[in-house]
Unconditional design. Sequence first.
Length: 144
Amino acid sequence: MKYLLGAMFAFVLAMSAQGQDISYGDGAFDAMFEIDSTFTRDGGKTFEVSASGEAGDYGRTYLSYTFTDEQRTRDRGEFTGFAWAQNGEEVNTATLRGVWKKSGKIFNLYTLDIVSNGKINIGSGEVDFVAKTIKFKVSELKTD
């Protein structure tokens, strides 16, 4: 038993040494949105939200999210979404994926997004349905 525990500890230590840290890139920016609408089509199992606002150098940005709770935890779950942004003549789109956790009246979001300009962005933020706001801190994910 002593050897089994030692072997398990060595295995866990070796695996953690192989892990990758998530690195936030330079040029982090704030993104501020106003919730335009929110609704459900299935009796409250999923919620759909649309919002618009400003997202750093991406400019005017429109978001749509679908929030779900597939694990039935009631206070946390997952989301998918889509973003469309325009700054001058430059247009970008993004696929949004992440998780949410309810904390009092605030929903905390953690997101990992792929953008049409080739960047992968990582962010965290808050949704306040009472104030009708979504606020994010976003950075490009370092992948090299």
